[in-house]
Design a protein around this ligand. Structure first.
Ligand SMILES: Cc1cc2nc3c(=O)[nH]c(=O)nc-3n(C[C@H](O)[C@H](O)[C@H](O)COP(=O)(O)OP(=O)(O)OC[C@H]3O[C@@H](n4cnc5c(N)ncnc54)[C@H](O)[C@@H]3O)c2cc1C
Ligand SMILES: NC(=O)c1ccc[n+]([C@@H]2O[C@H](COP(=O)([O-])OP(=O)(O)OC[C@H]3O[C@@H](n4cnc5c(N)ncnc54)[C@H](OP(=O)(O)O)[C@@H]3O)[C@@H](O)[C@H]2O)c1
Length: 382
């Protein structure tokens, strides 16, 4: 909870109004990362740069229809919701339940009803855990329903089988000092093919495809991230590494450092597929550089040449200067993909301490560990 003075929080989300929904990618490039602005007027909500915004999405009504149709239910059935209230099945499936991701409980229930030995064994035997995980990862709930067409559930049986629909977090991409009444986000729309079906990420497509500017209320709350704040001393230099949507909090940092007149130097490493493809906030970042808010700016466009160039390659190229900044007390920030990028950037940092700090590998790793322990190395990765 960020602002105790506000009535609104995760348990009582504020219905924000979407005011801007704009693509940050070129047309027809096969990816869609978007800039959103949401009006917070009347909420009393306060956020700091580095915080995230939680959004409660709605499921795709076409998928809700497909599930209802397959189970021969109308959607008008009254069901008991998780908080003990009563609602129609359609409302419950649209707003309250996770209807995409599959889990062990579903496999168990369908295995039992279909009397399918394979499903039953996967769900029951601990040594089949890996197979179960692979099975679950490749399937949504609708796949199970379609693959086992004789299995049925009544409305009352269906709801307890489904988990609660969770809010999604997004790094805030604006400074409230620059935008007192709104919050900005940078969100990659999750769309992919799996088992010959188009899959849609629940919240990112709710924002991109099923929310109307000025009309659809977005239930939201501020998620405080104390671990990802700017340095308390505004004269401290910062190095920011934010490829892809990882740029979001750094746009907010730059807005904040500009509006507060912070004297600390700012260095940004940004990476994406190509300058003409998905240079997220390219003109704004260049403007920050032009006006002197962004003192150093390195880009890594991964698909503009034969070999991949990523942010960690740029860090290594600039290793001597990065090391100098660290020696001057710079804070080092990383945001974006946790699975590969954050690990590779971490390795690059160790390498820089080895090569430019003259340390053994062990001492360099300890140096980076100490940066973390002293909170000069801050990450928000997902
Ligand atoms: C602190 C924090 C900050 C974040 N900030 C941002 C941000 O600024 N911008 C942003 O865009 N996201 C951000 N995220 C991620 C965001 O919260 C959501 O996880 C993301 O938008 C996906 O949510 P969704 O509901 O659209 O997709 P979901 O319905 O949750 O589906 C996502 C799931 O789909 C599957 N999936 C996705 N792509 C594929 C694929 N190609 N092949 C197979 N399976 C796949 C994976 O299982 C994945 O977990 C952040 C997350 C955290 C925790
Ligand atoms: N946990 C999550 O749910 C999660 C986290 C991050 C991203 N994503 C998904 O990924 C898609 C796009 O996300 P995004 O916009 O943040 O990033 P992105 O566009 O996929 O990637 C940004 C840049 O990072 C590069 N990159 C790939 N591997 C890297 C590595 N190991 N180290 C450094 N850079 C690397 C990419 O290069 P190439 O593509 O050319 O290799 C690209 O140039 C979305 O669908 C998003 O939801 C999901």
């Amino acid at each position: 909870m960020s602002n105790p003075a506000s009535l609104f929080n995760r348990k009582n989300p504020f219905p924000g109004k979407l005011t801007v929904n704009r693509s940050l990618c070129a047309d027809g490039v096969g990816k869609d990362t978007r800039h959103y602005e949401i009006d917070l007027q009347g909420s009393g909500l306060a956020y700091e740069v580095g915080d995230s915004l939680g959004i409660f999405p709605q499921n795709d009504p076409a998928l809700v229809d497909e599930i209802l149709q397959r189970l021969q239910l109308s959607g008008d059935e009254a069901v008991t919701t998780a908080d003990g209230g009563t609602a129609s099945l359609r409302h419950t499936l649209t707003h309250l339940c996770q209807i995409t991701a599959t889990d062990k409980k579903m496999v168990e229930a369908i295995g039992a009803r279909a009397n399918d030995p394979e499903l039953k064994a996967m769900a029951a035997e601990p040594e089949r855990k890996e197979a179960l995980n692979a099975f679950i990862e490749e399937r949504e709930f609708i796949d199970l329903l379609l693959d086992y067409p004789d299995v049925g559930f009544s409305a009352v049986e269906l709801v307890p089988l489904l988990r609660k629909l969770q809010p999604r977090l997004y790094s805030i991409a604006s400074s409230q000092k620059a935008h007192p009444d709104s919050v900005h986000l940078c969100v990659a729309t999750v769309l992919y093919e799996q088992r010959d079906r188009q899959r849609k990420g629940v919240c990112s497509t709710f924002l991109a495809q099923r929310s109307e500017v000025g009309a659809t209320p977005l239930p939201l709350f501020v998620h405080t991230a104390k671990h990802f704040r700017l340095p308390e001393d505004p004269s401290t230099p910062i190095i920011m590494v934010g490829p892809g949507t990882g740029i979001a909090p750094f746009r907010a940092f730059l807005q904040e450092r500009k509006i507060t007149g912070a004297r600390g130097q700012n260095w940004l490493f940004f990476g994406s597929q190509g300058r003409q493809v998905d240079f997220l906030y390219g003109p704004e970042l260049e403007q920050f550089q032009h006006e002197g808010t962004l003192h150093r700016f390195d880009t890594a466009f991964s698909r503009e040449q034969k070999e991949k160039i990523y942010v960690q390659h740029r860090l290594l190229e600039q290793g001597a200067e990065v090391w100098k900044w660290l020696e001057l007390g710079a804070y080092f920030y990383v945001c974006g993909d946790a699975k590969r990028m954050a690990k590779d950037v971490d390795d690059a940092l160790v390498k820089i301490a080895e090569v430019h700090g003259g340390k053994s590998h062990e001492d360099a790793a300890a140096f980076v560990q100490n940066l973390r322990a002293t909170k000069r190395y801050r990450r928000d990765v997902y």
